[in-house]
Write a protein that binds this ligand. Structure first.
Ligand code: ADP
Ligand code: MG
Length: 650
């Protein structure tokens, strides 16, 4: 009896203490609550989980320790339905506000009568597992997002380069294929590029990633795709034991980027080029001024020699050569100035047909024999108000381009005609002004050009020709000149079927073209008195000499002030002023304005070299005023003088 009872008691105590030991030491926390959800017992290891001691918790309601009351509702409902629940996840609030993820096993307790008395169960801390799961989920999500980036192609393959997965961008680069198509297929069976295979292998063998930038690639058998450029990355994928399991290939098409970088470089180059040209232009403008003075002197004295020597003189031919050479130099300065666009435009009514005929003769000499030139002038006169030299330049530039476009020969057509530009034309072409126009068309049977080129041809420095062959200025100059003449230009061209440029220049109705003066005829002599103001001594002396040769009396002045002084002293005698535009102390304009105030009918010839905009003659031309450009050609000068002196002033 009693012994047995004692033994039993002992055993119970023993098992109780054993139970306690387990209760106190196991990782899982055992707990009991009553029907009201008040903790009746909990193992001390809860301290590790939550920071609460066992004694603190007992007697308090469980509800306090839920992170989210929703979890409790779920728990209670589940327990009521199933009586016993396993691995139910709840979130608990730890003492200092921390979140503990817990997995709970629990069942209901009943009394002898089968009435529930409480809940008993165990709690396991799964916080770490939860964090790991979440990290994994985040990683996966991140991977998915990286994978779905549209412009980066990604392919994952095993050690033998069989595709495991590719992203949409990768699949899309091979038209019509879905990512699934690739799975299980071998990369090098699809793309048998030996050199790449070598690189792939080296990544597998070394376990080191591989990067390549801007790698050129051409699809085998697909030349129409052209060459593309790629940034490449190959990453080895390693198992926990560091063995290489496969690789991830990341590709980015950088063809566009490369192209825009190249374009940028080209633009920079053009800018440098433009700056260089600008500098050359400045320089050209600067020297042209002095150079023209020198040329004037050479041509002037040369002309005097010529005149004095007479046709039969054995030395005459030397003078002729001298002048011819100087004229060529003068032409050079003019080209330089045209290039720097500081050329003064000198428009007068001319017949376009005449210009065309002149240019044609010249073209026949410079354009190869395998190009046939066909010209057709208009039936009647085409009088335009133009600078002959500039229009010649337009035709020359167009013809040179045509020649370049026909390396194997062909036909160059130059035609002139008359066109009545009406509303309909303007509507159809999108430009123009109502009126009569001379139309020059320059066409070739050459290579033509595509739309991209056509759009840009008038840009300065745009050229498709190799370095050293094209400057890209030809059409820019053409465009500038056409604009200056209030005209229009357009181009029709298709690759392979030639090019036609059309230029429309307004017809000058009022004017009668100047009758061409026979080349050799020297103008008539005179006996008037001329005030010549020119600061360049050689030029002054030369001009005086010529004028005197032709019977004029010359009063020379060395600068603007001197000109006024000389004028006052000789006022009654002077019938004509010849004024250099740019002189020390006073410009030609200033001198003229001063004099005209006293003598409103005074006639004047302005000598201009390279003339900056602000120095242009400000007075209305046509009232006894003329302009002559350096280098001064004696014939022109003498003719102008006579023209002025022979017109009655009003
Ligand atoms: P450049 O002749 O120095 O290249 P241009 O300004 O004269 O410069 O011409 C610019 C570009 O326009 C040329 O490089 C060429 O591509 C194109 N072009 C001009 N004229 C023709 C033509 N007749 N046929 C084909 N292309 C032309
Ligand atoms: Mg050209």
């Amino acid at each position: 009896g009693i012994v047995r009872q004692m033994v039993a008691q002992e055993a119970l105590q023993l098992s109780e203490s054993k139970y306690r030991k387990i209760f106190e030491n196991v990782q899982d926390v055992f707990f009991q609550t009553d029907v009201n959800g008040i903790f009746t017992d909990i193992s001390p290891s809860i301290l590790r989980y939550s920071g609460y001691r066992r004694e603190e918790l007992i007697g308090t309601p469980v509800v306090q320790y839920y992170w989210d009351p929703q979890d409790r509702t779920g728990f209670v409902t589940a327990l009521q339905q199933k009586k016993e629940i396993a691995d139910f996840e709840i979130r608990m609030k730890a003492r200092h506000g921390g979140l503990v993820h817990a997995s709970v096993n629990a069942h209901l307790l009943y009394d002898a009568a089968g009435i529930p008395t409480g809940v008993e169960g165990s709690i396991r801390d799964i916080t770490e597992r939860k964090h790991a799961e979440e990290a994994l989920r985040n990683t996966n999500e991140l991977l998915e997002r990286v994978f779905s980036v549209g412009h980066i192609q990604i392919a994952y393959m095993d050690r033998d380069f069989n595709f495991i997965r590719v992203n949409d961008a990768y699949a899309a680069s091979t038209e019509g294929r879905s990512p699934e198509y690739f799975i299980g297929k071998n990369h090098f069976a699809l793309y048998p590029y030996k050199e790449n295979e070598r690189i792939f292998r080296s990544v597998i063998e070394s376990g080191e990633p591989y990067h390549a930038y801007n790698r050129a690639f051409e699809y085998a058998g697909r030349p129409e795709r052209g060459i593309s450029y790629w940034d490449w990355t190959l990453l080895p994928v390693k198992a926990a034991d560091k063995s290489v399991q496969g690789l991830v290939m990341i590709l980015q098409d950088v063809t566009e980027r490369r192209r825009s970088a190249e374009e940028k470089e080209k633009l920079e180059h053009q800018l440098r080029q433009a700056q260089k040209m600008e500098a050359i232009g400045q320089l050209a403008g600067g020297i042209a001024h002095d150079f023209n003075n020198i040329l004037s002197t050479i041509i002037g004295y040369g002309s005097i020699l010529q005149m004095k020597m007479g046709k039969a003189d054995p030395l005459r031919v030397n003078a002729d050569y001298l002048i011819e050479a100087a004229n060529r130099a003068a032409h050079l300065t003019r080209s330089l100035l045209a290039f720097s666009r500081k050329q003064v435009m000198n428009p007068r009514p001319v017949d376009l047909n005449g210009i065309m005929t002149n240019v044609e003769q010249f073209l026949r000499r410079i354009i190869g024999e395998d190009i046939e030139i066909r010209t057709r002038t208009a039936g009647g006169e085409l009088i335009i108000n133009a600078d002959t030299g500039q229009i010649e330049q337009v035709l020359m530039n167009l013809a040179t381009n045509a020649r370049d476009a026909m390396p194997k020969g062909g036909v160059l057509g130059i035609e002139a005609g008359l066109l009545r530009m009406d509303e309909e034309f303007i509507k159809a072409h999108g430009y123009g002004e109502v009126g009569d126009y001379a139309v020059i068309s320059v066409s070739d049977s050459g290579m033509g050009m595509d739309g991209e080129t056509r759009k840009r041809i008038f840009e300065p420095f745009f050229t498709t020709k190799e370095l050293g062959r094209g400057t890209g200025l030809g059409l820019a100059i053409v465009y500038g000149i056409v604009q200056q003449h209030h005209g229009f230009i357009n181009v029709y061209s298709e690759p392979g079927s030639g090019t036609t440029f059309r230029i429309y220049l307004p017809i000058e109705h009022a004017a009668v073209p100047e009758a061409p003066v026979p080349e050799s005829a020297y103008p008539a002599r005179g006996n008037e008195t001329i005030l010549l103001a020119e600061d360049d001594e050689t030029l002054r002396t030369m001009t005086s000499t010529i004028l005197q040769e032709f019977g004029y009396t010359v009063i020379a002045a060395v600068d603007g002030d001197d000109a006024l002084l000389q004028f006052r002293e000789n006022e009654d005698r002077i019938q004509l002023l010849m004024l250099d535009m740019i002189m020390p102390k006073r410009t030609g304009n200033e001198v003229y304005e001063e004099i005209v105030r006293r003598r409103p009918d005074m006639k004047a010839i302005f000598i201009s070299g390279y003339t900056p905009e602000r120095m242009r003659i400000r007075t209305v031309a046509g009232q006894g005023i003329a302009e002559i450009q350096k280098p001064i050609l004696p014939k022109d000068l003498l003719r102008k003088i006579r023209e002025l002196l022979d017109t009655k002033s009003i």
